[in-house]
Design a protein around this ligand. Structure first.
Ligand code: UDP
Length: 261
């Protein structure tokens, strides 16, 4: 990982300490200009907990070139540890910036994931919003995604940007397994972003985001997310300093902070 901005480690995961604008300017643009390869993970507390519980997934997250803090829980945890991160950098915002940049420079994007309808509409809307964006291709996320021919077909479209919307873990694991097949590209897991972009799901209104209640909005819309919310609650518990210290004494968790940018 680049030390350009400094990293902040939260539960074994090194977060790039950056801003949305800074990240696009200093990482996305150069990577695309130089035909480089870059794997970006946008991690919220659920991802951090999942990585702690699944060593293989932890390896995947740690193999990324950049892990961005996509959740107020991560920002709060970093602050409590005395190593604040500059700001929340959400996957959907990075995706929008990448689309805008791709349209400006004529880069192409591949859209992998979500249900067929959401995938198709997301691409249509992206095309409408960014008319000069090149669509390298698209495919829904309910196929045999590890089939060699399937992956080769995607790589053959030579996308500059590969958005993978398969939900956390699945999307990052897919990128890690298959990015070697591609000559270049910026790879990013985007969770439910195609559902939002397509209009099939709504992002929380600004006021909910401002009061840091986006998680509650999503829970009300999708009550089955309760188990995920419990994971986030578990994460928050680990970052209440007193509880955290007791847990560290018993070797339950490791949180260490490293240099700030
Ligand atoms: N999805 C998919 N294939 C699968 C499982 C999920 O394409 O096998 C899609 C699903 O349709 C949805 C997205 O992955 O568009 C997951 O959205 P969610 O909001 O749950 O993302 P997360 O919060 O897990 O990142």
């Amino acid at each position: 990982m680049t030390e350009q901005y400094g990293n902040v480690t939260v539960m074994g995961i090194e977060f790039t300490n950056t801003t949305l604008e800074g990240f696009v300017d200093s990482t996305i643009r150069p990577c695309l200009e130089q035909d480089g390869k870059c794997f970006i993970v946008t991690a919220n507390p659920e991802i951090v907990i999942a990585a702690r519980d699944h060593p293989d997934f932890m390896e995947t997250v740690q193999s990324a070139d950049h892990v961005l803090p996509d959740g107020i829980g991560i920002i709060n945890a970093a602050k409590m540890m005395g190593t604040p991160l500059q700001e929340r950098v959400s996957g959907i915002d990075v995706m929008r910036e990448m689309l805008a940049h791709a349209e400006e420079k004529g880069y192409s994007a591949y859209f992998l994931g979500a249900k067929e309808e959401a995938n198709r509409k997301a691409v249509e809307r992206a095309k409408r919003r960014f008319p000069k964006l090149q669509i390298a291709g698209r495919h829904h996320g309910y196929a045999d995604l590890d089939d060699e021919a399937f992956v080769e077909d995607i790589a053959a479209t030579k996308p500059d940007i590969i958005f993978v919307a398969l939900g956390m873990m699945k999307q990052e694991q897919w990128i890690r397994r298959h990015m070697d097949r591609f000559d270049s590209g910026v790879f990013m897991g985007v969770g439910g972003s195609f559902d939002v972009l397509s209009g099939e799901a709504k992002r929380a209104p600004d006021i909910w985001i401002r009061f840091q209640l986006e998680w509650l909005y999503r829970l009300l819309k999708q009550p089955k997310r309760i188990f995920r919310v419990l994971k986030v609650a578990q994460f928050m518990m680990l970052h209440v300093p007193v509880i955290n210290r007791i847990m560290r004494i018993f070797g339950y968790t490791k949180t260490k902070a490293r240099g700030k940018g």
